[in-house]
Design a protein around this ligand. Structure first.
Ligand SMILES: [Zn+2]
Length: 256
């Protein structure tokens, strides 16, 4: 992802958030005609700043960026520059497990809120926006945007190593990792398989997984969960895996 670009957008016509992929599909199917979307794409967070679409080429994927003439609403995390990987890692490293969990839970509340549950007042409060990272130096307070990535979108090689809050509505499955040369005394270790819904096949498919060490999460395989993870992607052969920054930088709840 090019820094300061968007992979999701708020669509004025149906008043919901979508992945840029659907505009790319329209672009492809209609030979470059995206009138359906043009003028109706807004910032996924503040719904105010107007975005423009840049189509995919052989060298880069499609993305959205803010029109220079348009501004984010006050309190939108996208006003600020993205936090660097180092800053994000320090941030998670210095937070206790409970604080990380709270941050991820409030990220989910913000991403999946219904239109009326969050008052504008609340929305515009810098301190309460879970996507704003605040750091104090001796002379000033700095604000940065925490990059986010939908598990329903792309997980690409070019994103490898970058720290995000990954999020999505997913199905989960716990699987034991079979160790080579394992001794009887060792505790079993697990991974959490993340499955996302693919419209084309009308199926839930394995998208990625997360190493959980000896934690065996209590999962209902048929339930749909909302999940948020502070982590980065690493590729094993062609398969993307999410490494959570630590074993507790993950939060999920059953979708209501
Ligand atoms: Zn915005």
């Amino acid at each position: 992802m090019t820094r300061k670009s968007f992979e999701t957008f708020y669509y004025l016509k149906d008043q919901s958030v979508h992945n840029v992929q659907i505009i790319q599909n329209e672009y492809k199917n209609k030979n470059g005609n995206i009138l359906l979307y043009k003028g109706y794409i807004r910032c996924p967070e503040c719904k105010t700043a107007e975005l423009s679409f840049t189509h995919k080429t052989s060298l880069r994927k499609a993305f959205l960026s803010k029109l220079p003439t348009s501004e984010h609403a006050e309190g939108c995390s996208y006003i600020h520059n993205y936090a660097s990987n180092k800053k994000l890692k320090d941030f998670v490293g210095n937070m206790n497990n409970e604080k990380i969990r709270e941050r991820l839970e409030s990220a989910l509340n913000r991403l999946y809120r219904s239109q009326d549950t969050l008052s504008l007042n609340n929305q515009n409060n810098n301190e309460k926006n879970p996507f704003i990272l605040r750091t104090n130096t001796s002379t000033k307070i700095m604000h940065n945007c925490i990059p986010r990535k939908s598990l329903n979108g792309w997980l690409d090689r070019e994103d490898e190593g970058n720290v995000y809050i990954f999020y999505g509505e997913v199905k989960l499955k716990v699987e034991e990792i079979i160790r080579r040369n394992s001794t009887v005394s060792e505790k079993p270790i697990y991974k959490l398989i993340i499955r996302t819904y693919r419209k084309k096949e009308d199926q839930w498919i394995d998208k990625t997984n997360i190493y959980r060490n000896t934690i065996k999460d209590d999962i209902d395989e048929n339930a749909i969960y909302q999940i948020a993870i502070f982590g980065h992607i690493e590729f094993y052969k062609e398969y993307p895996q999410i490494k959570s920054e630590n074993l507790y930088s993950i939060f999920f709840r059953e979708k209501a």
